[in-house]
Design a binder for this molecule. Sequence first.
Ligand code: PMP
Length: 392
Amino acid sequence: MDIFKKCFEYTDVKEAIEQGFYPFFIPLTDNEGTEVVYRGHRLIMCGSNNYLGLTTHPKVREAAIQATARYGTSCTGSRFLNGTLEMHEQLEKELAEWVGKDASLVFSTGMQANLGAVSALVGRSDVVILDKDDHASIVDGARLGYGKIERFRHNDMEHLERVMECLPENAGRLIVVDGLFSMGGDLAPLPELVKVAQKFGARLMVDDAHGMGVMGGGRGTAAHFGLTESVDLIMSTFSKSFASLGGFVAGDADVISYIKHHARSLIFSASIPPANTAAALAALDVMRTEPERAQHVNEIAEYMRKGYRSMGFNVGESVTPIIPVIIGDDQKTFAFWKLLFDAGVFVNPVISPAVPPGMQLLRTSYMATHTYEQMDRVLEIFGRIGKEIGVI
Ligand code: PMP
C-alpha cells in the first residue's frame, strides 16, 4: 500500500477551493492590524489574536528592527547551546515579575512551551488532568509525557472532582486548563479549580495564551481572580497580545529549572530570534505603560456583545474579547463566513469536530485599536447577513 494513497484521495479541500468556499490559509497581501487586504479586497479584521493591537505599535516595531540590526536574523541554535542571548534572560526576568512568579522560561512558540513543560513534568507514575476544551498544544504535551491522561467536561467542577477521586493514591497530579478559552471566550473557574487542586494534592497549570495582556490589567487570568500565588504554573504565548512569536512558562524557580533541563522542545530546537525577543520585551513595556489598552479592548468587546445580543445572535458564555457567534450548522456557518468575507469582515468559521454538533460558530475577536466606526459597520453587516440567511 502506498503511504501517499490517503493524500491522493483527500479531495475535500480541492473541492472547497474550486467552489470558492475555503476559509483557511487565506494569503493576505497587507495587514495593518485592524484592516487587512486580500487580492485588493479590504476587510475589517475580527479574527486576529492581536488583542492590544501592538503588531504595528511604533515602539514594538522599532524594537524588532533594532534587534535585527544588532544581532542579525537568527540565533542559529538552541537555548541550551549557542542560542541564548542576554536579551532572552532579560525577558524571562521581566515576565516573571509581570505575572508575579519567581522565574520564567522562554520557548520559541507557545506550542513548544506546552509540549516541553507538560511532557517534562508528567512522568510514568503521574497523571495529567485536562479540561475537554483545552488547547491542542496542551493535549499534545500530555501525549508526549509518559503519564496517564484524564479529561473532565468543560469547566465542570463536579466532574473534575469525580475524576480526581478515582486517581491512584500516590500518583503525581497536574491539572492543566486554558485560563481564557480560545473558542468560547469564557474563563476557567480558577477559584474552584484551586480548591479542587488543593483538596486532591494536585498542581495547577494555566495556559493563559488569550488572557495575558487582556485580563487582570494585562497580567492575566490568575491575576484577574487574585490567584497568582495559588496557580502553580502560568504559561502564555507571544503570538497574541505580545505581538510576536514565542511562549513562556512561569513558576517556582526550582520547577522552572527542572523544565529548562528536561523540556525537549526547548533543548532540541532553535531559540526565539532576536527580533521576536525584542518585540515581546517592547510589548511588555507597552502593557506596563499603557494599561488603558487592556481596558479598551474589553470595552470594545462589551460593546460588540451587546450589539450581537440585541440583534438576537447567540454569543454563548463569552466575557472576554473573544466572542463566538453560534450558528449551529456547518453549511450555514460557511455560507455566513463567505457573505461576511465578501462584505469586508474577516472572521474565523469553526465547525465540528472542533466544536460539538449544533455549536458551529463564527469566532470573532477584538482589538484595542478597533474603532467604534469599524465596529458599527461590522454589526450592521452581521445583522443584514444574519437576517438574509435566517440565523436571526
Ligand atoms: N495555547 C493556546 C490556548 C493557544 O490558543 C495557542 C495558539 N493558538 C497556543 C497555546 C500556542 O501558541 P503559539 O501560537 O505561540 O504556538
